[in-house]
Design a protein around this ligand. Structure first.
Ligand code: ZN
Length: 298
């Protein structure tokens, strides 16, 4: 109810977006000049280049015809479902007419979940690979075909797991795994892996490399944090998607899982909502292009 009161009007939602997008004052979307004046049509006219910016320009809300209040409810719903949401669940919760709309919204929100704040992990980090998805049991004899290979990086936080990063890689070659480590972990950090040969040049890439040996006694959990993350990720995928995760959409699911996992200790759900809205108005064209490809592929 507090949420409904706080965002009772379109204007309240818009003001919230303006505040999160331009905490230091409105800027032109094109030339970034800070001198703009508000038009009657809720645009900001740049006195420098004449461009008219909307708070929605370049965000996941761009070109939306829906009421922002509905978007806010969608974001509130998504952040309040502890284990994640399906398009059908979102459609029902908001009373959306079309499943396709719910699906498209959910994918846009997933893009927002992974936007900025992608600073790399530091300190001690466990890294391992795992296969996800692919043919159901019964369709045998295809090996790794149709499966996706994921690199999991989990930060050591005392006896617990800190933040994580998940990344799809094409294969277990040294260049693929090194690129994944470089994207996930700050150089200078300690990277702990098994004895896979592909990791052998991590020291040359600026990391302190610790190898835990696979050949030790069966049952030894030498990379306990990544193993735990992999188990949770597989259970989560099964739980909300009944395991029917197509490899084409896997990146979006990995983003959602990472977002939720890294904020799992946020005591206040409102904080999660705040982060989601903040990332929804952060402007970066690249993930939107990726989203467009996903929508075309769907
Ligand atoms: Zn301008």
């Amino acid at each position: 109810m507090a949420f409904e009161r706080r965002f009772a009007t379109e204007a309240a939602c818009r003001a919230y977006l303006v505040q999160l997008r331009w905490p230091e004052g409105v800027r032109c979307h094109r030339c970034h000049a800070p001198s703009v004046w508000a038009t009657a049509r809720r645009l900001y006219h740049c006195t420098f280049c004449g461009f008219q910016t909307s708070v929605l320009t370049g965000t996941i809300f761009q070109d939306t015809k829906a009421d922002l209040r509905l978007w806010f409810r969608a974001m509130w719903y998504v952040t309040n479902q502890k284990s994640g949401v399906s398009a059908l669940g979102l459609q029902r919760a908001l009373g959306l007419g079309s499943y396709r709309t719910a699906w498209a919204w959910l994918h846009k929100l997933r893009v927002a979940m992974v936007r900025p704040g992608r600073e790399r992990l530091t300190g001690e980090v466990e890294v391992d690979e795992t296969y996800l998805g692919g043919p159901k049991p019964g369709k045998h004899g295809r090996g790794a075909a149709g499966k996706a290979l994921i690199v999991v990086a989990a930060q050591v936080d005392g006896g617990r797991i800190g933040r994580i990063r998940l990344r799809r890689v094409p294969d277990t070659s040294a260049p693929s795994l090194e690129r994944a480590v470089q994207a996930a972990v700050e150089p200078g950090s300690v990277v702990r892996t098994d004895g896979l040969h592909s990791y052998r040049r991590l020291v040359a890439r600026g990391y302190v490399h610790e190898v835990v040996r696979k050949e030790t006694a069966v049952g030894d959990n030498l990379l306990p944090r990544v193993n735990r993350v992999v188990a949770l990720l597989k259970r989560w995928l099964l739980g909300i998607h009944q395991g029917r995760v197509s490899v084409a959409h896997l990146d979006a699911y990995l983003d959602e899982f990472t977002f939720r996992f890294n904020r799992r200790t946020s005591r206040w759900r409102g904080k999660l909502f705040y982060r989601l809205v903040q990332q929804a108005v952060a402007v970066d064209a690249r993930p939107v292009k990726r989203l467009r490809r996903q929508l075309v592929a769907a």
